[in-house]
Design a protein around this ligand. Sequence first.
Ligand SMILES: Nc1ncnc2c1ncn2[C@@H]1O[C@H](COP(=O)(O)OP(=O)(O)OP(=O)(O)O)[C@@H](O)[C@H]1O
Ligand SMILES: [Mg+2]
Length: 392
Amino acid sequence: MQNLSFTQNPPAISSKTGLKRNTTSIPMKQSLKLSSSSLLNEKFKVSQTHCKASLEVQEPSHRGTEIEVHGLSQKVVGVLGGGQLGRMLCEAASLLAIKVIILDPMENCPASAICHHHMIGSYDDSATVEEFAKRCGVLTVEIEHVDAETLERLEKHGVDCQPKASTIRIIQDKYLQKVHFSRHAIPLPKFMEVDDLEGAKRAGDLFGYPLMIKSKRLAYDGRGNAVAKSEEDLSLAVNALGGFDRGLYIEKWAPFVKELSVIVARGRDNTVENICHIVKSPANVSWKIMKLATDVAYKAVSSLEGAGIFAVELFLTADGEVLLNEVAPRPHNSGHHTIESCFTSQYEQHLRAVVGLPLGDTSMKTPAAIMYNILGEDEARFPKSPLCLYSF
Ligand SMILES: Nc1ncnc2c1ncn2[C@@H]1O[C@H](COP(=O)(O)OP(=O)(O)OP(=O)(O)O)[C@@H](O)[C@H]1O
Ligand SMILES: [Mg+2]
């Protein structure tokens, strides 16, 4: 088991201000006591109750009345992973007054500074995840590379995981994901498991070149993919991915003209909304294609269990076919712009879905939105106009 430590946000007032709980200097409490019925005072009452809850202060209220402060949901949301997506979940949660606690091994992970609590530990360690789950009303993820077996066990003991552990298990193995979706008749590029070079050559004979070779697990940002342009390239591509022992499979090259992503939100009551269609590049698509993309995305998501956001990555081919690339059962990089462009961002929607609130209005509040990945780009190419930068 990993060493655990638990940090709290906001930091306990005693440590931040140098005041101790039992000292006589109580400037904060005095200011609360002095304020009476103004709007300002209402704010202070909230602050006091919040401090009290965080610090477990047992002193009687100076106002003579107890005020309970409720967020939209009393469920504490536990998030496995505290990366940038976790951070944006925390931002959305703070507006809803929902408490989010995170489990992440990095003390200074992006979400750490703004979550309600940060438990420092690995989301891939069984005992750590079990310990974390005890503190959560509902458990969710911002990354799918977590310990699915532990989640399955926890679910059997009544822990509420959203999306379900079965979904995480399927999604975290890209090959299993492809097998699952093909069983549900979702259109996909052809694919095949390969264990050795002979198998890879057979895939090449069957699918033609170029071939897309992919790692089954722990792949993200394209890092688990390698392209073989011809049979001669195969061993190089396989070696670049760490060899067959890593667990590889091959996909037929999808001759796409555009990549689309549809972000689907499903509530606990199975209501489904699609938050937005994002045409990544280069331009818009017809209503007919949008409808087709949404249909494929809905069908894919309905084959998976649990509530939350599901980002569905799709390929549009020249002849108007829509093929599924993969599904992420969580908020997705392609939906960052929903913070500015939609009435309900993918982050708020994910929280609403997992705690069981009604899903929010997903319509766009701006006529259009565009998001561009500037990783590795030359800064000088960008105009000095207002930009929203989603970087952590
Ligand atoms: N079968 C395919 N044919 C052609 N291009 C493909 C194929 N599969 C993937 N790609 C290209 O590679 C990119 C990354 O692939 P994939 O989504 O499988 O990787 P990833 O590691 O999950 O990346 P990300 O984290 O960006 O989603 C796709 O967005 C697409 O441009
Ligand atoms: Mg992808």
